[in-house]
Design a protein around this ligand. Structure first.
Ligand code: TAP
Length: 452
């Protein structure tokens, strides 16, 4: 039996030890999900909707417990963790409206009646990363269940606790245990089996672009459906006509939220040359004022990184020659701490400018004009999100259309709303989650013609 120690990243204390599923246990879970399909898809749409609403209510009643569990398991600040528990409740609530609204079409044809049906895809395998364990799980399982699929979900090995709790809450709400199963295990074992097992008809993967490519290649062998939400190296573009005070005051939250372990982190700040010095003057106190420390304290704005290994990976981008201009604070002692760090890179091809660091590190680079800003923003194989700061509406629209990314915000860093679509251009992913079309993404369109 393989086990894993779940560690609190703010204290390095072992919270619990869990058994990890092996290949045989994964096959057994997939077989149960397959066996549960006919009865789950036969549940009347209104009844499936009611079960999902009960599940949302159970999450709501358990919200504070879920949030505290995430603080302990992931080191998220309590404010963020409460938002995340509320988000998964809202996502389940939102997709509880889908079962009665997955509408087919009647298409006029000669000689009969032609109609389309949206059929469930089948067993769905969902692979979740450690950075947002609750929301990313919910963005997959809620629309998949609503559309009549059964789900086996693999949380990240480092952060399984809230997913396990969500599985318990689903059962409490009356969702059959085999319809939604949570299976802690290694990506190379459980996740890989989702890719190779023929009964899994769709894989939803959120994680690194590197592993996403392997999953896509593996799924191709069975023409398996796949949704990929991968990495990002997102630009925060600040024009000279912007509200500079606001742009500088909010920039740290745009990148250092969740200690920068966010695929939407605006980790490249691009500032128009004429206001560059002014912007840096305003940014420095905003970064140095960030409250970094105990994530369970209400005042804390940034917690630790997820693990010692991840901290070593982030630290590998900063050495004695790195042009760090200023840093925020970080506690001493136990915990995987890393201070917010601002770098003026010496070249656009520096690794720190091109790689997704996935930690509290941001580069700031000047640009000359609108064309140069767009060119630099698009000079990456990623295309997930980004921000544009300007008071000129025409420019806001032109630049929004020109940047190759799936989720942009103007005069804001807010990318995620459960009722709007979310996903990446280029190597940031494939397909969209959330929004009005996500449940349909878990269906196959069937066309039926009846001769009359
Ligand atoms: P990964 O190492 O890619 O891991 C993500 C998940 O995949 C984990 O559950 C992992 O299991 C599993 N996995 C690893 N290797 C696998 C394999 N060969 N086959 C199947 N599953 C496998 O990423 P991470 O370090 O956890 O997360 C950080 C990355 O996720 C960043 O690049 C970030 O940008 C991206 N991300 C993207 C988004 C969106 S929405 N685009 C959201 C969050 C994160 P283990 O736990 O066992 O490693």
């Amino acid at each position: 039996m393989t086990t894993t120690d779940v560690v609190n990243p703010a204290t390095e204390a072992v919270v619990t030890t869990l058994e990890l599923a092996d290949e045989a246990a994964t096959d057994a879970a997939i077989d149960r999900a397959q066996a549960a399909l006919p009865s789950w898809r036969a549940v009347a749409p209104g009844d499936r909707a009611r079960l999902l609403r009960r599940f949302a209510d159970a999450i709501d009643a358990d919200r504070e417990h879920l949030a505290q569990l995430e603080v302990t398991n992931s080191g998220h600040t309590i404010g963020n963790a409460r938002w995340e528990a509320g988000n998964v409740r809202d996502v389940v609530q939102y997709y509880s409206a889908a079962p009665e609204r997955l509408l087919g079409k009647q298409i006029p044809v000669p000689g009969g009646v032609n109609m389309t049906f949206l059929e469930p895809v089948g067993v769905v395998g969902i692979i979740v990363p450690w950075n947002f364990p609750m929301p990313i799980a919910g963005w997959g399982f809620a629309p998949a269940l609503a559309a009549g699929n059964t789900v086996v979900l693999k949380p990240a090995e480092l952060t399984p606790l809230t997913a396990i709790r969500l599985g318990e809450l689903a059962v409490q709400a009356g969702i059959p245990a085999d319809v939604f199963q949570v299976l802690p295990g290694k990506g190379s074992v459980v996740g890989q089996r989702f890719v190779t097992h023929p009964a899994v008809r769709k894989v939803v993967f959120t994680g690194s672009t590197e592993v996403g490519k392997q999953i896509m290649a593996g799924c191709a062998a069975q023409v398996k459906r796949v949704t990929l939400e991968l990495g990002g190296k997102n630009a925060n573009v600040v024009f000279a006509d912007a509200d500079l005070d606001k742009a500088a005051a909010t920039a740290p939250y745009g990148v250092f939220d969740n200690a920068g372990q966010d695929c939407c982190a605006r980790s490249r700040i691009l500032v128009q040359r004429s206001v560059f010095d002014k912007f840096m003057e305003l940014l420095e106190p905003a970064v140095q004022g960030l409250v970094v420390g105990d994530p369970s304290s209400e005042a804390t704005e940034m917690g630790p990184l997820i693990s010692a290994a991840h901290r070593a990976s982030v630290a590998s981008y900063i050495d004695a020659d790195t042009p760090v201009v200023f840093r925020g604070s970080a506690p001493d002692g136990p915990g995987f701490w890393f201070p917010p760090t601002v770098v003026l890179p010496s070249s656009p091809s520096d690794r720190i400018v091109t790689d997704e660091v996935f930690g509290p590190v941001v580069t700031v680079v000047p640009f000359d004009d609108e064309d140069d800003a767009v060119r630099q923003a698009n000079d990456t194989e990623y295309g997930l999100s980004g921000s544009i700061w300007t008071r000129d509406v025409g420019r806001a629209l032109r630049v929004s259309r020109a940047i190759e990314a799936g989720n942009l915000s103007v005069n804001s860093h807010s990318s995620v709303r459960y009722w709007t679509p979310f996903g990446g251009f280029k190597q940031s992913g494939l397909g969209r989650e959330l929004g009005p079309d996500a449940a349909a993404a878990f269906t196959e369109t069937k066309n039926v013609f009846i001769a009359t």
